[in-house]
Design a protein around this ligand. Structure first.
Ligand SMILES: *[C@@H]1O[C@H](CO)[C@@H](O)[C@H](O)[C@H]1NC(C)=O
Ligand SMILES: *[C@@H]1O[C@H](CO)[C@@H](O)[C@H](O)[C@H]1NC(C)=O
Ligand SMILES: *[C@@H]1O[C@H](CO)[C@@H](O)[C@H](O)[C@H]1NC(C)=O
Ligand SMILES: *[C@@H]1O[C@H](CO)[C@@H](O)[C@H](O)[C@H]1NC(C)=O
Ligand SMILES: *[C@@H]1O[C@H](CO)[C@@H](O)[C@H](O)[C@H]1NC(C)=O
Length: 695
């Protein structure tokens, strides 16, 4: 009797629990049911396909490679060269990109050499006239006027968007050495009496975090380690070779000497399109990555899986250093990540008081701040930080924005500083610490023709990644040298960096989508999907031309064409912010000129169509559209994206969603400016004749 009641209760509890789970996570339950009994069109029933190719056989990827390091290990080909990606052909990888970016010759045409003068010449000054020393600020202006300055940080925010701090800065007149508040780390100032002149004096120096140092000191064991992620925003591998030749020469030279090894990962694929989409999944769990998490801002959003929090337990102090004051990192990490040092508010002051602008529109403008380039201040800070924390482990993240601009030329300014800087860093700390520097980019550039040419498009997906690490350190890990060397010829991505970096720190994490580059080999059969990379961001997924579509597919393409036409007109001709047709003409699509498709499963596909326009023979629109007959994250509603539409295709309900509409012809000029000034998207606006005449 009791047994029956007990079992009954247990059953009730189980049911309640399941119902509860179902409520909090319906997708999990339905996902499970669909796995067991898949509906007709589902990734779990791959024999039937709703998309253009009717049936696809799923690729069985169970090949495990057994590596005999003594036999199979390829001797790395040195020195590194721009086009030694040809070596990958012999590897017969499943994921083999058709192009690794512009050829050497084409690259030289697109990004001609441009010599930037030294900032000391530009601003005619050899050093900064403002210094912080022992809690005092000193200014040494040459004229009668003694100077003015602002200091920071101004509040408890470690990361901030520009508008959050914009009104908080306080301008002081300099009279005599000024006592600074305890937490002050930087100041920027001006020696010009005219207050509207931009500031040219700056200084930033770390404020020693003694509690963090002491805590680390108690936990550190063995020779202290420095793990340094030196990230250059927007530098593809090929762009690194083109624009940082001295740094390449330095790295090749370093490899010839005895102390360090340098590895050049030739097939390093982005994980996402943006800086945060690539870097935040290194910092934390992939699931914790959110472009803009919303909610309370003064938190450490990624929390306990953040590298700075994990590594603290292993005797590390930490730095998050950003040479910018953009919205991306604050919105993704929260405003108070628990790193011991953060560089960011300095650049918010720089945005406000100097003529330095990060926006990619400011072409060919050198980013000088007094006698130095803006990135110099972040580099110098990091060098000094490492100096004051000697003897404990250090996790240093630095994100430099020199290459984040429209021309693709400014990256060259990094080449002036990097070789000396790395050399100085290794010389100063390399004897007493095991140093590993991950020198590379978040993603490649995305400017110019990146949407129109395959090679330009590929550069965005293939950022640079070099690893510099000392030989003695590497010898402590069995076969690490061999594994790293082999992995330079395999598909790698951002999650591998996380896993490898943690392994260096003595932590074995089961990082989702990650390969430990020092211990495992990224398999030849590894696909973008295996590395957590989405199809559109994958350097080896190809959009294939659609040839001879069957009538049903043709009909479907026409419906997509209509959808694009409606969308273009809704955002320009009939935009809600102006009376209809007052600025842009109504667009009538003539026909589809070319169509491409990228099938990613039997229920999902990307379609790209190029269209001509009636009455405007030169105009070409291109749209990328996602089509799915199954649930997909890409279809979820977001106010930042286009809506999805229900359709019927091959007798099945599908949803299609425009990912992007862009222009293939050059549309820059008068109409572009009119549209931008009117708050409209320039690439979908064909100005009316009246507007063009009257402007
Ligand atoms: C539900 O499960 C799915 C798939 O396992 C997961 O992506 C999602 O985050 C879960 N949601 C909640 C509220 O737990
Ligand atoms: C891989 O999968 C195929 C097909 O399911 C099977 O025949 C083969 O034995 C598998 N190989 C290994 C190494 O598991
Ligand atoms: C900067 O240094 C150079 C070389 O040492 C010198 O020729 C120049 O006059 C200095 N400029 C200023 C503004 O002091
Ligand atoms: C850079 O750091 C050094 C100390 O290593 C310091 O003497 C120098 O003033 C710093 N320069 C700037 C511009 O911050
Ligand atoms: C769409 O294309 C335009 C022009 O090529 C580009 O600037 C924009 O970033 C793209 N948007 C997305 C979401 O990819």
């Amino acid at each position: 009797m009791f047994k029956v009641i007990a079992y009954g209760l247990l059953l009730v509890c189980l049911l309640v629990y399941c119902a509860y789970q179902a409520i909090i996570n319906r997708s999990k339950i339905s996902g499970f049911i669909e796995y067991v009994t898949p509906p007709k069109y589902s990734p779990n029933n791959p024999k039937v396909s709703t998309v253009s190719k009717k049936y696809i056989t799923p690729r069985i990827n169970n090949a495990t490679e057994i590596i005999d390091f003594n036999r199979d290990f390829p001797v790395p080909s040195l020195p590194f060269r721009l086009d030694d990606t040809d070596l990958l052909k012999a590897e017969e990888l499943t994921c083999e990109p058709e192009s690794f970016g512009y050829s050497r010759e084409k690259g030289e045409l697109v990004f001609p050499e441009y010599i930037y003068p030294k900032c000391s010449q530009v601003n005619n000054q050899n050093d900064t006239r403002l210094k912080i020393n022992d809690g005092f600020l000193y200014m040494d202006c040459p004229g009668k006027f003694k100077g003015r300055y602002v200091t920071g940080p101004v509040n408890s925010q470690k990361l901030a968007t520009q508008d959050e701090l914009y009104d908080l800065w306080e301008v002081h007149d300099y009279k005599k050495p000024a006592k600074l508040s305890e937490n002050t780390e930087f100041a920027i100032g001006s020696c010009e009496e005219n207050p509207t002149k931009t500031y040219k004096e700056a200084y930033m120096t770390p404020n020693f975090n003694e509690p963090a140092y002491k805590e680390a000191k108690q936990k550190v064991t063995g020779k202290p380690k420095i793990i340094f992620l030196l990230t250059l925003d927007s530098v593809s591998r090929r762009h690194f070779f083109r624009k940082l030749p001295k740094t390449i020469e330095y790295l090749n030279g370093l490899n010839r000497k005895d102390e360090y090894f340098v590895f050049d990962f030739k097939l390093h694929n982005i994980l996402g399109a943006t800086s945060v989409g690539n870097q935040v999944p290194i910092f934390g769990e992939k699931e914790k990555y959110n472009e803009d998490y919303g909610g309370s801002k003064n938190i450490d959003y990624i929390g306990e899986t953040a590298l700075w929090n994990i590594l603290r337990e292993h005797g590390y102090i930490s730095l998050i250093g950003l040479e910018n004051c953009d919205n991306y990192f604050p919105k993704s990490l929260g405003r108070i990540p628990h790193a011991d040092y953060v560089i960011n508010p300095f650049y918010c002051a720089v945005y406000k008081y100097t003529d330095y602008k990060l926006d990619i529109e400011f072409a060919l403008k050198q980013r000088c701040l007094g006698a130095y380039m803006t990135h110099y201040y972040a580099l110098n800070y990091t060098y000094n930080l490492a100096g004051m924390n000697q003897g404990v482990n250090q996790f240093l993240y630095l994100h430099l924005n020199a290459a984040h601009e429209a021309t693709g030329l400014h990256a060259a300014t990094l080449d002036e500083d990097l070789p000396d800087y790395i050399e100085k860093f290794l010389t100063s700390y390399g004897k007493t610490h095991d140093i590993s520097i991950f020198l590379g980019a978040d993603h490649g550039m995305r400017y110019g023709d990146w949407f129109k040419e395959l090679s330009a498009y590929q550069e965005h997906k293939l950022p640079s990644l070099f690893l510099i690490t000392n030989r003695e350190f590497l010898s402590k890990f069995p076969n690490a040298y061999e594994a790293l060397s082999m992995n330079t010829l395999r598909l790698t991505s951002k999650r591998d960096i996380r896993k490898t970096l943690l392994y260096m720190a003595g932590i074995d994490e089961n990082t989702e989508f990650g390969v430990n580059l020092m211990k495992e080999i990224s398999p030849k059969a590894r696909t973008c999907k295996d590395a957590g990379i989405k199809p559109l961001e994958c350097s080896c997924s190809q959009m294939l031309p659609v040839e001879n579509p069957d009538p049903e597919f043709k009909h479907f393409l026409t419906r997509l064409q209509n959808l694009v036409e409606v969308t273009i007109n809704a955002q320009s001709y009939a935009s809600p912010i102006h009376s209809k047709g007052s600025i842009c003409q109504k667009v009538y699509i003539n026909q589809i000129e070319k169509a491409y498709s990228l099938q990613t499963s039997n229920v999902e596909e990307f379609i790209r169509i190029e269209m001509s326009v009636i009455g405007h023979p030169k105009v070409r629109f291109q749209a990328t559209i996602f089509v799915s007959s199954y649930y997909s994250d890409l279809l979820t509603y977001s106010s930042m994206r286009y809506n999805s539409n229900a359709e019927v295709f091959r007798s099945s309900r599908v949803r299609s969603k425009i990912i992007n509409i862009s222009r293939l012809d050059k549309y820059a000029g008068k109409c572009e400016l009119i549209a931008i000034n009117a708050g409209l998207r320039a690439d979908t606006c064909l100005c009316t004749d009246e507007v063009l005449e009257n402007s």
